[in-house]
Design a protein around this ligand. Sequence first.
Ligand code: AMP
Ligand code: ZN
Length: 437
Amino acid sequence: MTYQYWDQKMETLPRSGLEAYQLAQLKKAVACALRTGFYRKRLHDAGIHGEEDIKTLADLRRIPFTTKHDLRSGFPFGFLSIPKENVVRLHASSGTTGTPTTIYFNKEDIRRWTSFVARSIYATGCNSADVFQNMITYGLFTGGLGFHYGGEEVGMLVIPSGAGNTARQFKLMQDFGTTVVHATPSFLLHVEAKMREEGVTRESLRLKKAFAGAEPYSEDTRRRIENLLNIDVYNSYGLSEMNGPGVAFECQCKNGLHLWEDGFIPEIVNPDTLEPLPEGETGELVLTCLCREAAPILRYRTRDLSGFYTESCPCGRTHRRLRRITGRTDDMLIINGVNLFPSQIEEVIMSIKEAGNNYLIAVEKDGVMDRLTVKTEVNRDIFMDDTRPLNALRERIRKTLQASITINPRVELHESGSLPVSEGKAKRVLDTRPKDV
Ligand code: AMP
Ligand code: ZN
């Protein structure tokens, strides 16, 4: 395979060059941070008074971590490092885990962010001949405008369809010959189910690729989408605190996400001790943004769990590859003392071919015990009135889940299309247990 680069020099820069670049950018980021109300105090307390106090990349560890709580405490302008009249845009996190946080951009920040998204899109083999339908929420969420600008920068024809309204999505795809889409993996599964329901054939579309991100999903989910739609699915990772999309992205090898290390310095730490973990181990991803002046963020604890592959990628890029994010430290459920990540359930559901494209996890109190119920849709070709095979399927799903998660769940089977669908990030877990127990 021949690989294409958006910025060959930077994407294939040897590590020593990359680290020298990172150090220069880190100094600039610290200088910017010292101009914000929040970091001035934090950095002074840590003995950092100017960029001259950052002499090597190891000095990064002298900088205290920044948490979501810190960002909220600085709301609305505590993290602003430039005069307000130079700010051209704001975005906010989707607030899946509480009050949203706000990030600001100046013109140059937008330009750099756009180039990281363009680089990511180009790495999947897309080019100006592609027609790109951005099936994600526009607005404060970064996935809309972030991909929109990146797509235009690549020169693709960008259709700003937004999320939802599958019938309109199909019409746009057919009318304009869409070749690539961007969506959450859960919306892609919903689109596929709707296609079957509405009789839209795969052959009537020119779709070749999808960028899927904004929420965790398993390798089985990727395979399911790829097989059902006969396309390539590329994992896209980003977060509003680090601009949005364009932080880490899969190349054509689809073997982990190249984290653009000229824009972000990653660290993997033990979430309990906050000590760095050896290369290759899984822990909490901490990111320092090197490419934004208006609202610098240093050593941000993402809460996302991942680690790096240690082998290099056949594509020739030198930026390290992140493993698929399995979940967040704060979405772990403890059920009767057993730790459980929703992604473990997803993996099982997606590996069972009779299970449909949507599922929900309910946790409730049953006396003193916790009770886990997994509600999953079944494929349309399964006849819901025929109880014997349905019971057998339910039992098979229950047993497979139990073997994998060591908890015995209740399993409910639901008709295809009957469980609620969210257009943005999927809300899969309904935990109704009182919070103080
Ligand atoms: P937001 O700031 O609202 O864009 O949310 C960012 C969060 O979405 C990240 O911190 C992750 O928890 C999650 N996320 C984004 N992309 C992915 C992905 N490809 N895989 C897993 N989680 C993701
Ligand atoms: Zn690669």
